[in-house]
Design a protein around this ligand. Sequence first.
Ligand code: ASP
Length: 456
Amino acid sequence: MKVCKFGGTSVASAEQIKKVANIVKSDPSRKIIVVSAPGKRFGEDEKVTDLLIKLAEAALNRQNVDNELENVVARYRSIAEGLGLGENISNIIEDDLRERLSTNLEDESLFTDAIKAAGEDNNAKLVAEYFNHIGLKAQYVCPKKAGLLVNNRPERVRALPEGYDRLEKLKDEPGIIVFPGFFGYTEDGTLRTFNRGGSDISGSIVAAAIRAELYENFTDVDSVFTANPTVVDQPVAIEKMTYREMRELAYAGFSVFHDEALMPAFLRSVPVCIKNTNNPEAPGTLIVRDRDHSAQPVIGIAADSGFSTLFVYKYLMNLEIGFGRCLLEILEDEEIPFEHTPSGIDNLSVIIRSKFLNEKNSERIVRRVKEELEVDDVHLRNTDYSMVVLVGEGMRHTTGLAARAASAISRTGANIEMINQGSSEVSLVFGVDKKDETKILKELYKEFFSKVVSYV
Ligand code: ASP
């Protein structure tokens, strides 16, 4: 039994939904179909989720919402028409949106979540209607009824494994299940959305809950590539990689699969396959627990920017018990997560995403570190650093990889500000100036992939 998730571009128009139906029809083991809200049909287009966010904002500002509402309904109407479905389903969708708009505006976050979730929820109804229309027996299932349980932390919505037993029963439902992605319900029945792109997470949860044979994640590219195709010309495709490798690449900007979506599949060892709705014959990229990494220790190169460094120096830091904890406690008080902590004997740097910093908290952090930890030097470099990440399971078994990477970077003339090899040794991270990012990526690609034809 397979779970298939179709992303925004895969369900953006009637034409795309017809492709989805053909994919589902071609394999009877494709039992549970998780859908996103309609995404972009062309470059300048707007995603339905973005239209819904505008609708929620207008409602919260107590404005007339007719235009914003019509923009959303028109998208569904044109899809329904293109699929030959008649008016009934568009009316159901419009009524649903009006009902959501009439709910209490007091809790802005709850209200916005309910409006945002309408994108996938109504799309699932529409897709189920179309499947039945063409003779594919299907039913829409609401995540509340199915038991997709989430925690009660609006700022950090996570699925709860307690919901898995109920979700598992989806296996026994007749026909094809069409399930909306992106949201679940708390124990007390409150709707909560995951963060953007979160339908991948819903698909992974359902796949884990039913212990699917495969979780197919359909998007608009043939596979995951070894490097960003907008930076490197025609990078090599990855045929097989491990969960850990995908996690590292997703962290550093590979947006093809949501970085929070791996965990449920990983915990129950459900293989994930990234496939293309527009070219379903292509094998895609398979994500599994292990791969033979002898031929290619490195699987990919990624980079993400927008990092700052908190640098701390204190003579004899190494002898001071609890120094790291006290430093991180200051960040905890400020509600700032940290990414890496490269350290020396007497110094420690904490790499932070710059989006969490502003003038006020930056000043406060530096002052507190100076006063409370009595350090000799502290400064926050709030510049735009990039983290260039080299990823591969073979890293810990191969000597000389770090040297090859460092010499490739030195050939570009760029300065390496920081090197961090996590203890898992699946990745090697180089902190560099943002302006050098592209040339470094190109040079690393040349070093590690120029001779690779296909990457299994
Ligand atoms: N529709 C949501 C978004 O645009 C979730 C998703 O597509 O996965 O972020």
